[in-house]
Design a protein. Sequence first.
Length: 107
Amino acid sequence: MNNIALLTMKADVRFSSLIQRLGGPSQSHKVRAIDIATRVAHEDGLTLADLVGESRRRKIVDSRYRAMAEIKRVHPGIGSVRVARLFGDRDHTCVLRAWRRHGIAGY
């Protein structure tokens, strides 16, 4: 198993365990936050590990912000602190910036 595959697996496990510890999305939502983030990463040619990682490369940041916005659209009740924790324990203001950049108001 190469390093990228191992990092991706670790990120998947970390992301899933964080969702469980934080109570996860409500049961009425069938799409999980991890699934949204994974789909966005795949669409942009990235991995979940890239989105959760520390990189500040423009392509990764744009994809990360898009995933944060998609999660908010699917789970409107989720807070910025919870989303920040899902993406590598970032500061909640990073999430607010992502939402503002993608036209999500009233958070």
